[in-house]
Design a protein around this ligand. Structure first.
Ligand SMILES: [Zn+2]
Length: 680
């Protein structure tokens, strides 16, 4: 006998043999028992889950020549012994006509069908049309069928199998009984595969059967097709006594090779490396996989599935110890072993992180479809997973906006006390100071610091640990970029004096003509500077306070601003310099900017610094350059570019506390306000 594929060989011939569609078979058996037969049926659902099979069983049951309730046929199940049942099973019954609607979809074929339907069945009780892929039938053809369905002859029954029931016209659907088939559950598929493996004398362990079932993805036929392939390529075990040949042995690895997939252990390792921020390991793993000949797209596809399962495991709080029950078991149609793996990976991340990973990998998978350099895109996608972990979710940032600023009323303008603007900056690990800045001179900035004036609402004080006059610890070195709170406050320390200055000169931004105001601004800044009381504390010890060179800082600032403005592409640097405050120590020119540490190297780049240095050289000043970033706090004082009319949308926006907080947080300015209120 010719070889028959497993899916056909083991095709159920009884309703009770159909796996995973109990809701359909139960209803049909009841309908048969009560002889309530409809003239149109729609069976919808994924491929390979039993739609056509059930249509054939129903046809057999309807046309079976054995009476229901007789000894040979106690239930409405077909007897599978009579002439009619056998013919239907072999596919040559005269009165059961199977039509592939994908190829016979036009109006001519359907008209033919309609005309033939008028004649009575030649032998059996019903003339049954099984239309496979019924959604392919054209609208005109459906209309030709409609009349027959509206007033069907008693002997006519249509059964339509489709994967897209929504493509069948409503007029047809409303005249049919619609059965929606479910994807077959993993356990059901595994059970069926086990039965078949036993019947076919094949050695396969549970892990392999699970793998085959997972590959089927809810489709029994797909799982059986892959099993067919796996059996064909399986090695034979040594023949046991009494057997002529050995049994085929299926192994998980071979099945994976066959499907071009890799073990999920790999993905567990990748996620472990991601959780450890270990980009190198991630790249090494993916390199091994690609070198072994795995396709980038297939790897991404499998990773997307793994991430999906991991995300579900997280959401359903799946434990890596106990097996899944309830919703987790429903959603995770994978083997218990794989569920535990997913739970282990899920424990490494938050739900938000996993959702983000899934989004990134889905995008990567999509991208891979039409990219040339697939390898790079896959690597980039995986590196994004590592990086996205370090980012602060914008939700977290926004939630900080609502937190009330902590005020410390004990700010005293003592010589050494410095106020740290503790703006709600995110605790990122970005460098607190640009690399181009002169690090060694940084600690000295406190020598020229002005005392903190009246604190701005969200300014808190932080006293430095060093005693007045005592050598400052680490005075020669700076710890470098640091994500610790102390690194943060250090960054802020440098501008504490300026933040005060900024507050007191709040109104200057309202001067008209912001573009031409650069030099003017600096004078205003100087005015504001003059308003600040000079420190009265005599504890300011000597040498540093009396600079060897005491250049006219205002004039110097103007010169630098002009020089930058004259240079090509340095207008923003010029603007920022105009906003800055200058101070000197014997050998250093400190420029306290309002620019955040992250922006400083971009705005005052090497070119700008070279211009500033050349100005110093031409003025015969032997000063090192020290650029000090502003805390977000410093730039946060409301500084609208132009005065907004009271009551206008821009005015209201600028005054809104959330907007102000956001400005501080992101060191932002309001560029454009769109008024969406109803106009009178
Ligand atoms: Zn029969």
């Amino acid at each position: 006998m010719a070889y028959q594929v497993l899916a056909r060989k083991y095709r159920p011939t009884l309703f009770s043999d159909v796996v995973g569609q109990d809701h359909v078979t139960r209803t049909l058996l009841n309908a048969l028992a009560q002889n309530r037969i409809a003239h149109g049926y729609i069976f919808s659902g994924h491929r390979g889950i039993g739609k056509t099979t059930i249509a054939r069983i129903l046809a057999s049951a309807l046309n079976c020549r054995t009476e229901i309730g007789s000894d040979k046929r106690p239930t409405p199940e077909p007897c599978n012994a009579c002439e009619s049942c056998l013919e239907i099973r072999q596919g040559n019954a005269v009165d059961v006509i199977e039509i592939d609607a994908a190829t016979n979809r036009g109006i001519d074929e359907i008209r033919e069908l309609r005309d033939a339907a008028r004649y009575r069945p030649s032998r059996d009780k019903y003339k049954i049309y099984i239309l496979d892929e019924a959604h392919q039938i054209t609208d005109a053809a459906f209309n030709a069928l409609l009349k027959t369905l509206e007033e069907p002859p008693d002997h006519i029954i249509f059964m339509m199998a489709t994967t897209q029931p929504e493509d069948i016209p409503q007029t047809i659907r409303s005249r049919c009984q619609h059965f929606s088939f479910h994807a077959v559950k993993l356990d059901d598929i595994v059970g069926q595969l086990r039965l078949i493996a036993t019947a076919e004398a094949i050695n396969a362990d549970d892990a392999t059967l699970s793998l085959l079932a997972e590959a089927g993805d809810g489709s029994m036929r797909d799982a059986l097709s892959i099993m067919d392939q796996a059996i064909a390529s399986a090695p034979l075990a040594p023949a046991a006594p009494g057997e002529s040949t050995g049994r085929p042995v299926l192994s998980a690895n071979e099945v994976r090779d066959l499907m071009g997939t890799v073990s999920n252990v790999i993905y567990e390792h990748i996620l472990e490396a991601v959780s450890e921020n270990n980009s190198a390991d991630v790249l090494a793993i993916i390199n091994r996989l690609l070198d072994a000949g795995n396709g980038a797209q297939q790897l991404a596809r499998q990773f997307v599935r793994y991430l999906r399962n991991t995300t579900v495991a997280k959401i359903t709080r799946l434990s890596s110890e106990a097996d899944a029950t309830g919703i987790a078991a429903d959603l995770l149609q994978i083997s218990p072993e794989e569920r535990k793996r997913a739970a282990r990976s899920a424990a490494l991340f938050t739900e938000e992180e996993l959702s983000r990973f899934l989004a990134i990998m889905l995008r990567t998978f999509d991208d891979l479809g039409f990219r040339q350099e697939q390898r790079f895109h896959l690597e980039l996608g995986l590196l994004k997973l590592v990086h996205v972990q370090r980012l602060i979710p914008v939700e977290d940032l926004l939630s900080q906006l609502g937190a009330p600023p902590s005020n410390n009323p004990n700010i005293k303008p003592t010589a050494r006390a410095t106020s740290a603007a503790s703006a709600p900056t995110p605790p990122t690990s970005r460098p607190a100071i640009p690399p181009s800045t002169n690090l060694s001179s940084r600690p000295e900035r406190s020598e020229v610091e002005r005392p903190a004036g009246p604190p701005t609402p969200s300014t808190t004080a932080k006293a430095t640990t060093s005693e007045p006059g005592a050598p400052r610890p680490n005075s020669g070195t700076w710890e470098g970029p640091s994500s610790t709170p102390s690194g943060q406050s250090r960054e802020a320390e440098g501008v504490a004096g300026f933040s005060t200055l900024n507050t007191s000169s709040e109104s200057r931004g309202f001067s008209p003509g912001p573009s031409s105001a650069a030099p003017q601004k600096s004078t205003e800044g100087a005015l504001a500077l003059a308003e600040i009381p000079q420190p009265t504390a005599p504890a300011q010890p000597g040498p540093h306070l009396v600079p060897a060179q005491s250049p006219d800082l205002d004039a110097l600032q103007n010169t630098i601003v002009d020089a930058l403005a004259a240079a090509k592409g340095q207008q923003s640097a010029s603007d920022k310099l105009a906003d800055a405050t200058l101070s000197t120590t014997p050998d250093t020119l400190n420029i306290h900017t309002t620019v955040s540490a992250a922006m400083l190297p971009l705005l005052l780049n090497a070119e700008a610094q070279a211009i500033i240095k050349s100005v110093l050289t031409t003025q015969n000043l032997k000063l090192r350059l020290n650029l000090i970033p502003g805390a977000p706090q410093a730039a946060a004082a409301p500084k609208p570019k132009r005065a907004a009319a009271a009551g206008s949308a821009a005015d209201l926006a600028a005054k809104h506390p959330v907007v102000q907080q956001a400005q501080k947080l992101f060191d932002a300015e309001i560029r454009n306000v769109i008024d969406l209120r109803e106009k009178d």
